[in-house]
Design a protein around this ligand. Sequence first.
Ligand code: IMP
Ligand code: MG
Length: 269
Amino acid sequence: MSGLTRCVIDAGLTSREAIFARLAEQLDCPLPANLDALYDILSREAVGPFEIVWRADSTALGEDFARILQTLRDVALERDDVRLLEEAAGRDDADGQVKVLFSERQVAERVQELARDIAARMPREFTLVGLLKGAFVFTADLVRALDREGARPRVEFLQVSSYGTGQESSGKVKVIGGMPGSIEGQEVLLVDDIQDTGRTLAFTRQMLLDHGASRVWTCALLDKPSRRVVEIEPDLTGFVIEDVFVVGYGIDYAERYRHLPFIGKVEAD
Ligand code: IMP
Ligand code: MG
């Protein structure tokens, strides 16, 4: 989204007054005297569209800051033209090798947008096939987001493998375990974490069609178009990224980091 006024609340702001002053200055609005006033001022449409990037570490800054953050969340929920990006300050992986690329909040917002798009384009009932292991977190969030949009997917999983345990693709895709049942005549939404060379989605998509799916839609949370080897574009994409190696939100590096709640980038060591 461009055209939004942007206000960054960073870790350098160490008092409530400093945060209020930053908001008033950057959003060009009156200085709030307290939290209620903050809410009243920002929830009024009189203040134009804006985006707040919250980088302060609210756990370190205490109760007062948690309340300001909560008030900003309330405003963002209230207004469609306001975005709050909570960047996970101080929430890098313990060994310091992972940097946040997309925060929990950014991922959650994008997943809901994808669900809205899917619900608008696909029939109300369809079969969603999530690819294990990488898409397990994405699939879990996506089905709940789809429910909020009125869709009623059946959920299946399929485990395929294209990578070894390093960062380079083996170039081959194989199915581990069985095929999902009941896809004959179904519209299928194939869900993966990352579209990289394209081999996994192309292979799996064809396999589902061979097993009788009437149509296969593809959805990848992340897309690295610069890495493509096989000609295939996902029907739905969460975020387009550069050729960087990412982890978290279900995605691993040698089976590590799947548990991270955000999407991060592994720093070269
Ligand atoms: P493709 O078959 O080359 O498109 O590869 C897709 C699969 O490779 C994804 O489902 C991931 O499991 C894996 N992959 C690709 N890029 C990354 C990455 O940056 N981090 C972790 N896994 C990746
Ligand atoms: Mg995968």
